[in-house]
Design a protein around this ligand. Structure first.
Ligand code: AMP
Ligand code: ZN
Length: 503
């Protein structure tokens, strides 16, 4: 089946084929770790996870990497030059307050003036949240790349760009990329140099103009010995620009000049991704960096982008623990909520939406329980000729139409299939991509704490044994234990069933 994805680079939906048939190489811009990632950020990260899982569903091997920005992302990042202060610097001030208010636990970030401690705290929190939501790359430490651990490679790339005429050292000791050396600048975003010059309204900062050959030239390295994080370099003690980290780490870890897919949220198209292309192509001499550029539209709150700087955000923990909507939900519910609208449409975060998702997850979970009971839990392997799987595959191959896929799956989940083993096999394959039926077999990749299902199954088994022995005290204790772990306990002809409470 042909897979089609919308490519921001060409503004068209194209058939996806990897550069090399053995493996899809994919890079996703990850979080800036100066605060908790919010659920808007996670919309972008989950979008990348669904791309990866979809490709795997269709039989591709995928090498997916994601960066952690722990230096160089400035507070005014809307212009190509960056500006303001490093977000890690701003965090150092805020974390002191957050420790007083309890948002950052007292024992964590012992020294808020140490940006490495701040970065570590929020990186750990990010990875934990990402794992909770079933984002596969978050389980692969080799594929999570920290900018501060690749400074040497960034310096090599910058030196190469200077050597081949794409970069220069300005009179202010900043290394700039020369956008005029790269005629394709603007191809991704439409912000070509002539358009930028004729008033793209705030796209180009006035700062540093005198030091640059072209107003849109952007920073690769800045000598600044007062910066919160700094390294020695041929251009003075200082720090790298935000854009260079992604160009450098993508090439280094994926091992190719041209990769298959690059993802991020829509705000990264310009300047971040435009600048990444200029840098990578400048260094490799190729005319392509990523074949497919894919971007998720924003998660909104009351008509505004959810963002850290506006303060109108909810974290994953806020939602799961009920602070966002007054209702606690299972991670699969939040995952579904954040993937169910088409990634190229803005979505609004609402309590109603979340509760609808809780209903859908419950329906799928009940369906699984019913199928497992009917076939003794033994799923049959099914291929894409199986009707529901065919519909599911067609929807996903059509530029990740998750909403369309759900439109087929949810009515099916209300039916009573005559072939429960095959239906369970189909549900497992669907869940390998969507990961929204949390009581699935552990091999399905469903959202769940690793080993949780096995442990709960063991408790159910012990409860059945206690009942058989008529040891009702033990049975009551086991029932209470299962309930304490967030499950409802039901009795079926096949023994005890534990159902995860979803909301
Ligand atoms: P940051 O931590 O600011 O570097 O952002 C991490 C990722 O989240 C980037 O890919 C952003 O484009 C994306 N992002 C930020 N805000 C939103 C939002 N409200 N909805 C969807 N994606 C977002
Ligand atoms: Zn990036």
């Amino acid at each position: 089946m042909e897979i089609k994805f919308y490519n921001t680079l060409t503004n068209t939906t194209e058939i996806f084929q990897p550069v090399e048939s053995d493996c899809v190489r994919m890079y996703s811009c990850g979080p800036t770790v100066y605060d908790f990632a919010h659920i808007g950020n996670f919309r972008s990260f989950l979008f990348a996870d669904v791309i990866r899982r979809t490709l795997e569903f269709f039989g591709h091997k995928v090498h997916h990497v994601m960066n952690i920005t722990d230096v160089g992302h400035m507070t005014d990042d809307a212009n190509a030059d960056g500006g303001g202060e490093d977000k890690m610097q701003a965090a150092a001030r805020r974390v002191k307050d957050d420790k007083k208010s309890g948002k950052v636990p007292e024992g964590a970030v012992q020294n808020p003036d140490d940006p490495y401690q701040i970065a570590k705290f929020y990186t750990d929190a990010f990875l934990q949240d990402a794992q909770t939501l079933g984002i596969k790359v978050a389980f692969e430490s080799d594929n999570i790349l920290h900018a501060t651990q690749h400074i040497g490679a960034m310096q090599e790339m910058i030196a190469l760009l200077i050597a081949n005429g794409h970069a220069y050292v300005g009179p202010d000791a900043v290394v700039y990329y020369s956008v005029e050396s790269f005629p394709s600048y603007g191809r991704l975003s439409g912000n070509t140099l002539d358009r930028l010059l004729t008033g793209a309204g705030g796209r180009i900062s006035d700062e540093n103009q005198a030091n640059k050959r072209h107003p849109a030239d952007f920073m690769l390295w800045k000598a600044d010995s007062s910066h919160i994080m700094k390294w020695d370099s041929p251009w003075g003690m200082g720090y790298p620009g935000w854009h260079i980290e992604c160009s450098c780490m993508a090439r280094k870890r994926l091992g190719r000049d041209v990769i298959d897919i690059h993802t991020g949220g829509e705000d990264l198209i310009f300047p971040h991704h435009e600048c990444e292309i200029a840098q990578t192509c400048g260094a490799t001499g190729k005319d392509t960096f990523a074949r497919f550029w894919m971007h998720a539209r924003f998660l909104m709150v009351e008509g505004e982008k959810m963002s850290k700087s506006k303060g109108n955000f909810w974290t994953v923990r806020d939602v799961l623990e009920g602070r966002a909507t007054g209702t606690q939900v299972h991670p699969a519910v939040l995952r579904l909520e954040l993937i169910k609208s088409h990634y190229r449409a803005n979505m609004n975060f609402t309590k109603k939406g979340l509760l609808d998702s809780a209903g859908a997850v419950k329906r799928l979970t009940d369906f699984r329980t019913k199928l497992e009971a009917a076939c003794g839990g033994k799923a049959e392997n099914v291929d894409l000729s199986y009707p529901i799987l065919k519909e599911f595959a067609e929807a996903l191959a059509d530029d990740l139409n998750v909403a369309g896929a759900l439109g087929a799956i949810l009515p099916w989940a209300s039916s009573t299939p005559s072939d429960p083993a095959a239906a369970l096999g189909a549900l497992d394959r669907i869940n390998d991509v969507l990961s929204i039926a949390p009581l699935g077999s552990t091999s399905s990749g469903a959202v769940q704490v690793s080993g949780e299902r096995a442990a709960i199954e063991d408790l159910c088994h012990q409860l059945d044994e206690a009942r058989k022995r008529k040891d009702f005290t033990a049975a009551d204790g086991l029932r209470a234990e299962i309930q304490k772990q967030g499950y409802d306990v039901k009795t079926s002809p096949n023994g005890t069933i534990a159902e995860k409470r979803l909301a």
